[in-house]
Write a protein that binds this ligand. Structure first.
Ligand code: ATP
Ligand code: MG
Length: 565
């Protein structure tokens, strides 16, 4: 463990691991795993679990396995497996040669089940699913023993073998653990271990027609891989006695299950089932839509793996469910991009400016700073000419009191260039400004007046003849309600979709240095936010996604809280 980590306070899970290493509980080993079910793409909630499991392994000189929990043949697909591998790797983690599939353990799991039957701890039950539910009782009433509970070991062995051989239809019989139908914990009332499913599995084909349940399979997977700390989310707390029971009855390697609170984010849904609905209903362009909280969505949006890891570190690990403000996630990516992304100038909604006293045909290459946060990033040249574009919203014909940008008769600075003054507004037949006539002061080159006179604002701009056309996509939160699951009169979470979550601007102009920008590269457009080159962008058609604006709502919240204290 590096000293940096050891001096900061450990979260409760790392504290357990550290203590176990000290007492040599697991022979001085820490082995964790990230166990996704391949039934969808990974989201930012999974990133919390990935950073935790791989983080522990990294900090404590341990190991973390990537394991596909592929025990359900119906919803799982190779596409999801491939995406999960790509996303965990992109986040910066390495499982070396330890990529495992739960389906590789099916034979071993079957043998363990036979072992429990032989010990009189499991039985084949012929009740229908409805009857099983009836017999189970409720939170306030104990369950009743099922009439098949007293079947002989021989009969159970015979029936279980025939279940496997495919003699019975789906739903006709199940294998159950024989625990305690009166247990106050419903999970302990003879839970189902195997069900019959005549379904093709994406890896084992039609070899199996009995499939293990999560509760039966998960502890075995951990045990087989000799996991030491099996970290999972809080909803499995009530399943822990069952996890322990199975492993104790079998007398096999028995990891410690530890639960932590799952990540919830405001303005976001986080369940794969719901994200899938958005994809299937065509409400987003796919799992990788830049508005999605999926890892691939965030990647396309311009998030960096560093920013996501930092976010996971900032939110920490605890035992209480809560919702994290999405502003914190945005703050983390802003912080990262501020340090690393080159500054460029782009105009999203162009308004033409003609500098009347600037010589026609003249072009100046003005020096611009690439990154004020990083001197080693150097400078670049930006062409300046008689015809420019500025942002439409940086001009108002009748400016209200606090509007300090361009207006008739007013002087402003063009970044890295000159002071200009607006002398005339050219309008179209609707009375809308289509062009500004301006003059410039040649003595202000570089952006300062030798006579010391000040201007109240600095605008970004591009040269009309040198800039390149581009499409820019602006995003808002995918949902307009802080908690999208609160349907609030609507039918379900989908009624909370934000109709303004995507805005496409197709007549933007960007400075010529962006001509060769490669998909995935990230920039700050001065005054407009952080942008990433979209995957479909090419030299002929530049496309950018806005990652975040420059407005840091999280910093504001922090400041307000400090003032209260
Ligand atoms: P979902 O509810 O989105 O379908 P899941 O828990 O069913 O998620 P799995 O593929 O089973 O998805 O999850 C793999 C691992 O990621 C599990 O250990 C799970 O506990 C963890 N995980 C899933 N969602 C979150 C979350 N929101 N926060 C933290 N960990 C999560
Ligand atoms: Mg799950």
């Amino acid at each position: 463990m590096n000293t940096n980590e050891s001096t900061t306070r450990l979260d409760f899970i790392r504290a357990i691991v550290a203590e176990d290493l000290k007492t040599n509980k697991w022979g001085g080993q820490a082995v964790t795993r990230f166990p996704p079910e391949p039934n969808g793409y990974l989201h930012i909630g999974h990133a919390k679990s990935i950073c935790l499991n791989f983080g522990i392994a990294g900090e404590f000189n341990g190991l973390c396995n990537l394991r596909f929990d592929d025990t359900n043949p119906i919803k799982e697909e190779q596409e999801y497996i491939n995406s999960i591998i790509e996303d965990v790797r992109w986040l910066g983690f390495d499982w070396q040669d330890r990529l495992f599939y739960a389906s590789d353990y099916f034979e071993q799991m079957y043998e363990y089940a036979v072992q429990l039957i032989q010990a009189g701890k499991a039985y084949v039950c012929d009740l229908t699913p409805e009857q099983i539910r009836e017999y189970r009782g409720t939170l306030t009433e104990p369950g009743k023993n099922c009439p098949y509970r007293s079947r002989s070991v021989e009969e159970n062995l015979d029936l279980f073998e025939r279940m496997r051989a495919g003699e019975f239809e789906a739903g006709l019989r199940v294998l159950r653990a024989k625990i305690d139908m009166a247990s106050p914990n419903l999970n302990m009332r003879d839970p189902v271990m195997y069900r019959i499913l005549h379904a093709e599995h994406h890896r084992t084909g039609d070899k199996w027609c009995v499939y293990p349940t999560y509760d039966w399979a998960h502890g075995l997977e951990d045990s087989i891989e000799r996991i030491t700390h099996s970290v999972c989310t809080l909803e499995f707390e009530n399943h822990r006695p069952l996890y322990d029971w199975f492993l104790d009855e079998l007398g096999v390697h028995h990891p410690q299950q530890i639960e932590f609170a799952r990540l919830n984010l405001s303005y976001t849904v986080m369940s794969k089932r719901k994200l899938q609905q958005l994809v299937q209903d065509g409400l987003v362009s796919g799992w990788d839509d830049p508005r999605m909280p999926t890892i691939c969505g965030l990647r396309g949006r311009g998030y960096t793996p560093e920013a996501i890891r930092k976010f996971c570190k900032r939110i920490g690990v605890n035992k209480f469910n809560s919702t994290v403000d999405i502003a914190l996630l945005e703050h983390c990516v802003r912080e990262d991009l501020n340090k690393t992304s080159p500054r460029v100038m782009a105009v999203l909604r162009p308004l033409k400016v003609v500098i009347e006293n600037y010589p026609e045909g003249q072009v100046e290459e003005l020096e611009a700073i690439n990154n004020p946060e990083d001197a080693s990033a150097g400078t670049r040249k930006v062409p300046f000419s008689r015809e420019l574009y500025i942002e439409r919203e940086d001009f108002m014909e009748e400016p209200p009191k606090k509007f300090y940008r361009l207006a008739p008769g007013r002087e402003v600075r063009l970044r890295y260039a000159y002071f200009i003054t607006c002398t005339e507004v050219v309008k179209d037949s609707n009375g809308e400004a289509v062009e500004l006539r301006c003059t410039y002061d040649p003595s202000t080159r570089g952006g300062d007046a030798p006579d010391g006179r000040k201007v109240k604002s600095t605008l970004h701009w591009v040269s009309a003849g040198h800039s390149l056309p581009a499409e820019v996509r602006l995003y808002e939160h995918l949902f307009s309600r802080e908690n999208p699951d609160d349907a609030g009169g609507g039918e379900d979470f989908k009624s909370n979709l934000n109709p303004n979550s995507l805005q496409i601007l197709s007549s933007c102009r960007v400075e010529p240095s962006l001509g060769q920008a490669k998909p995935g590269s990230r920039y700050q457009f001065e005054r407009l936010g952080y942008f990433c080159v979209a995957s479909e962008s090419c030299e002929g058609k530049l496309v950018f996604n806005r990652t975040v604006t420059l407005r840091d709502r999280w910093a504001k919240i922090q400041k307000a809280q400090q003032q209260i204290r």
